[in-house]
Design a protein around this ligand. Structure first.
Ligand SMILES: O=P(O)(O)OC[C@H]1O[C@](O)(CO)[C@@H](O)[C@@H]1O
Ligand SMILES: [Mn+2]
Length: 415
C-alpha cells in the first residue's frame, strides 16, 4: 500500500489550514482573552484579589501564546502537571524527529491537526497554571448562549421524538427505517452548529431541522445510511436472547443543539431496540470551542429537566433515567483531547481501543473526528475511506460530519 500522503498544514499558503492558523485561531484566542477580561468582576467576587491576579496572569499567558502563533514561533513543551502532559511532550519530540531537519515544529510548518489541538491544550494550560480560576471554561458562555439561541429547534426535535415514542412499538420495519434516516440527518445537520468554524460567533440552530431535511438532501455528498441501517437491524435480529447486546458508541462533538440531536438519535435507538446500550464519549477539557465536556453533558440534561416545556423536560428525565439504569454510559477518555490520529489509538490508549472493540458500531460525529480518523492528510478524493483509516478499526464505524475542512472521501467504512 502506498505511503500515506503529507499532512494538511499551514505551510500550504492559500489552503484552509493556512487561513485557519493565520486568521481563525488568533480570533478564537482573542475571544478567550476578551472573555477573561469580561469575567474580572466575577473572579473578584468569587476569589478576591487572588482571582484578579490569576486573571491577569492567564491573559498575559494567552497574549504570549497568540504572539507565538502569529509569528510562527517553535512549539514549546507543556509544563503543567496534568496526566497527559508527558504524552503531549513526547508528541512534540516525535514532530521534531519527523520534521527531518526542516527546523523546529512551528505553527505554520507543522501539521494543522497538531497545531490546532496544541492551541486548545495551551489555552487549558493558561488556566491550569492560574488557580483559583483553573476550573474556568472560557467557552462555557458561548456554549450556553448557543443552547438558548437554539431553543425553538430543540423544542421541535424533542417534541418530534416524544410524539414518535408514543407509538414506536406499532411501527413496521420500513417505518422504523424512515424515522431512523430522519433522525440521522437531524444529527448530521446538527453538526453545523459548531463554534469553532464560526470562531466563536453565534452559530445556533434557529429553525426546526425536521421540515428542511428534503431541502438539505442534495447536500449529502456521501450517504451510507442503508449500510448503517442493515448493520443495526441484523444486530437487533441477533439480539434475541437476553445476554447478547447491541452496543452503539457515539463519539460526541459539539454541545448545544448538536448534543440534543445526538441524544434524540440515541433515545430512538434505545426505544426501537436497535441498541441495547449506548455509550457516549465526550472531552475531558474544554476543546475546539463547543465540544462537549462532562459538565456540558450534565448541564444539558439538567437544563432540559427544568425547562418549562413538557417534552423537553420529559426528554431530560428519560435521558437521566437511562444513565441511572446503565443503558446509557458516559465516558471521557483523555485520548480524545490529544493530537494523535486515531490510527495510533491502539498504541497510545490501548484501554480505550479495547473499550471500543466491545461496540457493535461506532458513530464518529463531526469534522475534527473525521480529520483524526483519516490523519488529516492530502489524500486523493478517490482513495477508499477504509484505506485512510490506516488500520484503525476497533469495530464497524461510520462518520457523521458536515464538511469544514479540505479532507473528503467517497466511501464510508462500516463493516
Ligand atoms: O465541531 P467539528 O465538526 O469537529 O468542527 C471543528 C472543525 O472546524 C474547524 O474549525 C474547521 O476547520 C476545524 O478546526 C475543526 O476540524
Ligand atoms: Mn467540535
Amino acid at each position: 500500500m502506498a505511503a500515506a500522503p503529507v499532512s494538511l498544514s499551514g505551510r500550504f499558503k492559500g489552503s484552509f489550514a493556512y487561513f485557519t492558523i493565520k486568521d481563525r485561531l488568533p480570533q478564537i484566542l482573542t475571544r478567550v482573552i476578551d472573555t477573561l477580561h469580561r469575567h474580572k468582576n466575577e473572579f473578584f467576587e468569587k476569589h478576591g484579589e487572588k482571582g484578579v491576579e490569576a486573571e491577569k496572569r492567564a491573559i498575559s499567558f494567552l497574549s504570549k501564546l497568540r504572539n507565538e502563533l502569529q509569528t510562527d514561533k517553535p512549539m514549546i513543551p507543556l509544563n503543567d502537571e496534568l496526566p497527559d502532559t508527558p504524552i503531549w511532550n513526547q508528541y512534540l519530540e516525535y514532530q521534531r524527529n519527523v520534521s527531518n531537519g526542516n527546523g523546529q515544529p512551528s505553527w505554520f510548518q507543522s501539521p494543522w491537526l497538531y497545531v490546532e489541538c496544541y492551541m486548545y491544550r495551551r489555552i487549558h494550560e493558561a488556566l491550569i497554571h492560574n488557580p483559583p480560576i483553573d476550573d474556568f471554561d472560557p467557552f462555557m458562555e458561548a456554549k450556553i448562549q448557543s443552547f438558548f439561541e437554539s431553543q425553538q429547534a430543540i423544542i421541535a426535535v424533542c417534541t418530534y421524538l416524544q410524539e414518535l415514542l408514543k407509538n414506536i412499538e406499532d411501527l413496521n420495519e420500513n417505518q422504523l427505517k424512515e424515522e431512523f434516516f430522519k433522525l440521522l440527518q437531524v444529527s448530521l445537520w446538527g453538526n453545523r452548529c459548531d463554534l469553532s468554524i464560526s470562531a466563536g460567533e453565534d452559530n445556533s440552530q434557529k429553525s426546526s431541522l425536521l421540515q428542511s431535511l428534503n431541502d438539505f438532501k442534495s447536500f449529502i455528498l456521501v450517504d451510507d445510511m442503508e449500510n448503517l441501517w442493515s448493520l443495526l437491524l441484523n444486530s437487533k435480529k441477533r439480539t434475541t436472547t437476553k445476554e447478547s447486546i447491541t452496543r452503539v458508541d457515539m463519539i460526541l462533538d459539539n454541545a448545544g443543539f448538536e448534543l440534543i440531536t445526538d441524544l434524540v438519535l440515541a433515545n430512538f435507538l434505545s426505544s426501537s431496540k436497535l441498541a441495547t446500550e449506548v455509550h457516549f464519549h465526550g472531552k475531558c477539557i474544554p476543546w475546539f470551542v463547543s465540544d462537549t465536556t462532562k459538565h456540558d453533558f450534565n448541564w444539558t440534561l439538567k437544563q432540559l429537566q427544568s425547562a418549562n416545556h413538557m417534552w423537553m423536560s420529559r426528554c431530560g428525565m428519560n435521558w437521566e433515567g437511562n444513565l441511572k439504569k446503565g443503558v446509557w454510559v458516559y465516558h471521557d477518555h483523555m485520548f480524545w483531547t490529544l493530537p494523535h490520529e486515531f490510527s495510533s489509538m491502539a498504541q497510545v490508549a490501548p484501554d480505550l481501543y479495547a473499550e471500543l472493540q466491545k461496540s457493535s458500531v461506532i458513530i464518529f460525529k463531526g469534522d475534527l473526528n473525521y480529520r483524526k480518523l483519516t490523519g488529516d492528510r492530502k489524500w486523493e478524493f478517490t482513495v477508499p475511506f477504509h484505506q485512510a483509516l490506516n488500520k484503525f478499526h476497533p469495530a464497524p464505524l461510520c462518520s457523521i460530519r458536515t464538511l469544514k475542512a479540505e479532507i473528503q472521501f467517497c466511501l464510508l467504512a462500516l463493516p
